[in-house]
Structure formats: structure tokens, C-alpha cells
Design a protein around this ligand. Structure first.
Ligand code: THU
Length: 137
């Protein structure tokens, strides 16, 4: 089922809260994410950086890995919300798009921010002709 307006509001609020606890001392770019699963659960994540810069992980992947690590069975991501406290909305990076597709090939991805901009697209538009689990069958 596609997310309801109420669920989207909950996701935006959860993503905003998650951005507030991001560990981003190097970029100072704090990102929060919240995902809605087909089972109706919400999981959150924030970016977590490292002095060894290449080890930084984005908020979106943290949220999805949080769902897996929380024991969510047959994870099916219906919606991903990203929040940044910026004027412009931030779309997920390429690596996160690939991970979103793995668990949510039909996911709706909404990037929100402090400003008015909102990017709202299906993952299939953000990652056309994606490689995924089906390709290995
Ligand atoms: N980042 C995210 O968490 N999500 C995005 O969609 C874009 C980038 C993080 C990674 C890094 O910690 C910081 O933002 C700057 O790139």
C-alpha cells in the first residue's frame, strides 16, 4: 500500500529527529532518514562519519540496515524520507539508491528539507535500469 499523508508526516518528523543525532563532525552535513516498511513499521537512520573519511555511511543506508538488523523479515521498503536542515532538498547518493532498490524496488523516495523544496520520485526514476536481486535468478 502506498504511504498515507499521515504516514508521510510521521516519516518526515522521524527523519528530522534522526538528522538531529547524526554524527557528522567532518562534513557538518547532518542527514536523517526514515523508512516505512510494507509491514507498517518505521525505522530511522542518520549519517555516521569517521576520521577515515571513506568509512562514512549515509542516513538512508543506516535506516535500511537498522530495519534488517532489527529483525524485519522479508523487508519491503515502501517509502524512504530524507531530511536535511538546508534550503534545498538532498536526493540519495548512488550507493543508497542501489541499497533502496534492493529492498524496495517500488519505493517512493521523498527528500525534504527546512526550506520548501521537496523531491518526490519512485526509486525506478532515481535508478533507471537498476541491477537487483531478480537479475541473479
Ligand atoms: N549523506 C547522507 O547521509 N545522505 C545523502 O543522501 C547524501 C549524503 C551524508 C554522507 C556524509 O556524511 C555527508 O552527508 C556529506 O556527504
Amino acid at each position: 500500500m502506498p504511504p498515507t499523508t499521515t504516514q508521510i508526516k510521521q516519516l518526515v518528523s522521524a527523519a528530522r529527529k534522526a538528522a538531529g543525532i547524526a554524527y557528522a563532525p567532518y562534513s557538518k552535513f547532518q542527514v536523517g532518514s526514515a523508512i516505512l516498511t510494507k509491514s507498517g513499521n518505521i525505522y530511522t537512520g542518520c549519517n555516521v562519519e569517521n576520521a577515515s573519511y571513506g568509512l562514512c555511511i549515509c542516513a538512508e543506508r543506516t535506516a535500511i540496515f537498522n530495519a534488517v538488523a532489527s529483525g524485519e523479515k522479508k523487508l519491503n521498503v515502501e517509502c524512504v524520507v530524507v531530511y536535511t536542515s538546508t534550503e534545498k532538498a538532498t536526493a540519495p547518493c548512488g550507493a543508497c539508491r542501489q541499497v533502496i532498490f534492493e529492498f524496495g524496488p517500488k519505493a517512493r523516495v521523498i527528500s525534504t528539507c527546512r526550506g520548501n523544496e521537496r523531491i518526490d520520485r519512485p526509486i525506478t526514476e532515481l535508478l533507471p535500469d537498476a541491477f537487483g536481486p531478480e537479475d541473479l535468478l
